[in-house]
Each structure stands twice: as C-alpha cells, then as structure tokens.
Write a protein that binds this ligand. Structure first.
Ligand SMILES: [Zn+2]
Length: 330
C-alpha cells in the first residue's frame, strides 16, 4: 500500500478515533489493516530519515578525514586564520552553512531558489556553479587571487633567460604576439614560460573548482591544451603543460607541489619541502578567503575588488644549485 493510498485512510482513522468509535482495533479487519499500514509507513519514514542523516554524517566524516589526514596544507592554513574564516571553512566542508537548500532542509524557509538565478542554491552552487556569479567575474577574481602568489613564486625560481607571461594580472605582461613565435593560437594559458635559447615552452593552468571536480577539471584542461602542446612540439619546442587544481574550499590534490618541484628542478632551482608547504598553505588560505567573500556576497553581484594579498610572505628563493640561467637540457 503506497503513501498516497494510505493517507486518506489515515484521515478516516483519525476521524473515527476522535469519535471514540475505535473501541477495539482488532474487532474490525479493515481498521486493523489501516493501523498496520500506518505503523509500517511511520517506520519506513523513520528509516528513510535515519538513512539520509547517516549518509550525510558519513559524507561529512569523509570530508573531515580528508582535511585532517590528507591535506596538511589545509590544516596548516585553517588553524592560523581569523575565527570567522575558520568557522566558514569548517561549515563549508561539513555542509552546515545556511545555504537556501539547507535552510529549506531545516524547515526555516520553503523556497531554496538562488536569488541570482533561481536554481536550487547549495553551497557548491554559490561557490562554483551560479551562472550570473560566473559572468560577474567573481570566480575569475578568486582564480586571480590564487594565481598571483603562484606567479610571483614561480618567477623567483627562474633565471633571467626565461620570460614569464601571466594572464589577467596587471603586474605582469602577456605578450600574445610573442607566443605566436611558438605557435599561432588564441589560447591563453594562465602562466607561460619561454626560454628562447633552449627552446623551452612551459604552460601552467590554474583551476579553483569544487572539491568533487578537481580530477574532471584537470582532464578538461589537458584536453583543451593538447593541440597546442602537439603543435609547439612539432615546431621543435620542448613543451610542457602543468595543471594546478586548488578547490574552492582550499584543498590541494598535489598538483601545486608537483608543478613547483618540476619548474624549480628544470631551471636548477629546486624549492625545499618547507617552501612548497608554505606555498600550499598560502594558496589554501587565499582560496578559502576569496570563497568566503563570494559566500558573503551570494545575494548580490559585487564589483570585484583588487586581488587579496597573502597574510604571510612568500618563501624566499634559494641560490641556484648549478648552471644558473641554463635550461634543463643544456
Ligand atoms: Zn545562482
């Protein structure tokens, strides 16, 4: 017996009970079956409720375990932040921020529509998927906030023979015509490193996706730039593409560490583990901080402010190990 069939019978049962006509439920088989159905339905509803709650707790537990056991940068960053940012970060990862879908789940509102686009508003929607928010540039602003210290640190690892191009940051130039000497393209990787004498061409692409979409984003970027990698290689450039993913909630997947190590080693300037850890913590904090701004602005479109600055200094470059200024293959 389904829920819709039981409901009218339950109403009838309540009516009969109120009139004290239900003296003995076992004396009437039809009423007895209604009572049994009522109990079964109630038990089913309780089971569903407990199952949903349990699933949510398991998900929350897996996220918390991830933050505690896997991402030391996130741990290092979160415990040095102002209390309001810590509170946002913890609530964001266990899905207890007052997003409209949570408010509806908690029965505080009846409509979970996003005020900007009218789609269902979850935390992920606010931080990653809301189209008007994307168009307004706030996700790009967060991306550039995280890109700036990465570009600054990468620049500190390079010899003078390597020219760095960084897109969207006013402190850097982005010489697209020059890039056409490698290969004519309309693509604009976030960071491009070019060393003419060794014909080395390195692209770095940063993404700040939702936690669940980091692998998907990396695959997307690899496919997007694959033709450029092939064409530049065909033009006799030693070409590399590095993708970096740092999630909206500040989690790392190891890509920043791999990229900094590879670039530092390539130009005889390998960063220490301490420096890489510091860079991971700095970018975790900036990404989380920018997401907090986006969260606070969820009801309106804000004019993107200047990119946020790190709360601590970037690691200082170490002396080059040997062959300063020479490409990896020299
Ligand atoms: Zn929206």
């Amino acid at each position: 017996m389904g829920h819709q069939e039981v409901e009218p019978l339950l109403n009838l049962l309540s009516f009969l009970s109120s009139r004290e006509m239900l003296a003995n439920e076992n004396s009437c088989p039809s009423i007895s079956s209604v009572v049994a159905a009522k109990r079964k339905l109630h038990a089913q509803q309780q089971n569903d409720k407990h199952k949903k709650l349990l699933e949510e707790k398991v998900w929350q537990g897996s996220i918390v375990r991830k933050s505690v056991s896997e991402d030391t940068a996130w741990n290092s960053a979160i415990f040095c932040l102002p209390p309001s940012l810590v509170k946002f970060g913890v609530n964001a990862i266990i899905n207890t921020l007052p997003s409209r879908n949570n408010l509806k789940r908690w029965k505080l509102i009846s409509d979970d529509a996003c005020p900007l686009c009218q789609n269902g508003q979850t935390i992920q929607h606010v931080l990653s998927f809301c189209k008007p928010a994307l168009v307004s540039g706030r996700f790009t602003w967060r991306h550039n906030t995280v890109l700036k210290p990465i570009a600054d640190y990468v620049r500190s690892l390079l010899p003078p023979s390597v020219i760095i191009h960084v897109d969207d940051l006013p402190e850097y130039k982005y010489d697209q015509p020059f890039l056409h000497t490698v290969h004519t393209t309309t693509l604009r990787p976030d960071i491009v490193l070019v060393e003419a004498k060794s014909k080395t061409f390195v692209m770095i692409e940063l993404s700040c996706p939702d936690d669940e979409n980091m692998n998907q984003r990396r695959t997307f970027k690899q496919k997007k730039y694959e033709p450029l990698v092939q064409n530049a290689t065909a033009n006799h450039w030693k070409t590399q593409l590095h993708t970096i993913e740092i999630s909206t909630r500040g989690f790392h997947n190891g890509s920043l560490k791999r990229t900094l190590s590879a670039i530092g080693s390539q130009w005889k300037h390998p960063p220490t583990k301490t420096d890489i850890s510091a860079m991971c913590s700095i970018t975790s904090e900036l990404c989380l901080h920018a997401s907090y701004f986006i969260w606070l602005s969820q009801h309106h479109l804000f004019p993107c402010p200047p990119t946020l600055t790190p709360s601590r200094s970037l690691p200082k470059p170490r002396p080059m190990v040997s062959n300063a200024g020479m490409g990896v293959n020299d």
